[in-house]
Every structure is written in structure tokens, then in C-alpha cells.
Design a protein around this ligand. Sequence first.
Ligand SMILES: Cc1ncc(COP(=O)(O)O)c(C=O)c1O
Length: 368
Amino acid sequence: MKYVRMPIEIESPEEQGYDTIRFNLSESSMRDRKLSELGLGIDDLVLAYGVHRGAPGLRALIAKQSGVDEAQVLTTAGAAGALFIIATTLLEKADHLIVVRPNYATNIETPRAIGCAIDYVDLAFEDGFRLDAVRIERLIRAETKLISVTTPHNPTGVALNRDTLNRLIALAEQKGIRLLVDETYRDMSFVPQLPVAASLSDHAISVASMSKSYGIPGIRVGWVVNRDAKLMERFLAAKEQIGICGSIVDERIAEVALEQRDAWLSTVARELEAARAIVEHWLARESRIEWVKPEGGCVCFPRIRKDASVDVEKFYRVLAQDHAAAVGPGHWFEQDKRFMRIGFGWPTPDELKGGLAAISATLDKAGR
Ligand SMILES: Cc1ncc(COP(=O)(O)O)c(C=O)c1O
């Protein structure tokens, strides 16, 4: 494995220092919550090794919301841990992967570290970042082991429609390929939710976590869902070799948070609707920036118009230095730096408005 650090991680706010940022529009989750908000009583929790597949109560809750059985759920160290396990289990050097780009960097970087052949399906702003399953179909070859998609998508917020998901599942089944559907943003949706992909087919593998909609990424709890018992056994073997089991403390916290799912998610939906409207309102008056309106998640991926004559390097410099504001620059996603990811779920409404005003003020200063 050839590990390389990813810009999105090197330049992340937690690595830079949260205290250096006033307007943090670079996050891809809801606001981080305090442990005390969850109403936990865990003083009597025995700090033994946990059940290797994940705490039974937690897995039962995940299974119920996913439309599968408990045995078809494996907890992992965040969705990131799940993606690592899946890539290293399914891909070797001689194999071929088809992956959507842009993407959450790990979905691309771990396969690169493995050294397998990769074909990218590049999503275009001009197409509304829509994924066309036919483009994936054309790339399939004998060595293809995995197709990797994300919905709702990071960084664009675009969601797959049911037809495309069905088409991808049919392709995976016909060709004997696994379909990874990264559903980390599934609980944040402005359009009707798709079923958990893994509930539809043995060939589909779904991944999600507690990080984004629950605002508790610090506990590092995610999961893999898949109906193929043999494959799940291989995923478990990988998990056991990495860390035996998950943290018993983290898993208890996740279970308590998931028990509060319905109440919490309705608050999240309300807040996201209001936050997306703030961005939309700003864009209606900010003619130098164009976007594709997100259908899910808590991020969008607008870009500075080409004819806006903006010095992009200067833009990012001034935004950080003069306004202490942060967005996710295009290079985090291997895209032109005219693109920026704006996270609207994490900041308070005032911080979001302040950050957007800072972007406009910076565009004034960064003209060419
Ligand atoms: C699409 C996607 N998948 C996975 C992850 C990893 O999330 P986690 O914190 O659960 O490891 C992220 C985090 O940004 C993400 O955006």
C-alpha cells in the first residue's frame, strides 16, 4: 500500500486549528454536538472488548433503518473505516475500479494506494453533476471488481434517482461486480429518500455513519451493510485485523444517538432547509458565482464564473487572511480552484451569512 496524505485532510479545519477560523464554511456535517446533549449514563459501562461485528443493540437499530437483518450490518471506525475495509477487501493491483469524480477523497485515494487500475466518471457542472449509468456501463471490463458511487454526493449534493440506482444494481448483478454506494449523507435529503442500496441486492454495499447528520464525527462510528454473508465475513476479518472491534464507548454513544433518530432528524431537516435557503438567497444577488442546487447533504459545490475575472489564488488568500473564512477549495476534490465546497449545515445562520458576505467581499478584492 502506497499511502499519500490527502489535501482535504492536511488542510482540514481540525488540522489547521478551529481557533484560526471565524466563518467555517468548510465542514461537511451538522454542527458538532456535546456529549452532555445526548443524555448518556455510561459510568457503569464495562470497558471490555466489544462484539466484533459491533454492539448488538446498535446493529439492530442500523438494520431496522436500513431494511436488512442485524447479521448484514458491520460497524466500522466511521464511514472512512468502512470504505477502507471495502477497498482493501475487494481490490488488488490487477483489478479495475470505476469511481465517480469528484468524490470524497478516500473513495479514490485508497484504491490508488492499492495500485489497481481506475477509470473515473467525471461529473460536469454543465450536466447538473448528474451521473449517467451508461457511462459506467461502457467502462466495465473483465477486471472490473467494483463500481463506486456516492449519494447524496459529496461535494455536489446531487442525489441519484431511482432509475439510475436500479440500472447500476442491474449492471452489478449481470456482470458479477460489487456496487459500493456511499450513503453517508442519506439522512439529509431535500428529495424523497432512496432505499438503502444494500437492501435491494446482494451485490450492493451501503456505507454510512454517525458523523454527518448526527454531528458526532468524534465518536468514529460508521457501518457497512451487505446481504452476502461470505463477503461480510471477509469484511469482518479485515476489521479484526485492523482493530479487533469498535470502541465500546463510541458504540454506546452511537446507540443512544440513534435511539433519538426521529426527533433529531426532523430538527436537522428544518435547519438544513433554512440554511440552503440562505445560500440560495445570497446567490440570487451574487452574480459572480453559479451553482447546482443541492438535493441532499449539507454541502454544495458552486464555482466562480469564468468571465468574472477573479484571481483565484488571491481569492483564497484574502478569504483566509482578511476574513478568517474557510471553504473547501476545488483542489480538495481534484477540480479547478474556481470551484469551492460550501458547507451550510455546520455554521450557525449568522456564521453562514457572515461567511457568504466574506466571499462576496473577497471577490471584490480579488478581481484581475
Ligand atoms: C461521502 C463521504 N463518505 C465518507 C466520509 C467519512 O465519514 P466518517 O466521518 O464517518 O468517517 C465522508 C466524510 O466527509 C464523506 O463525505
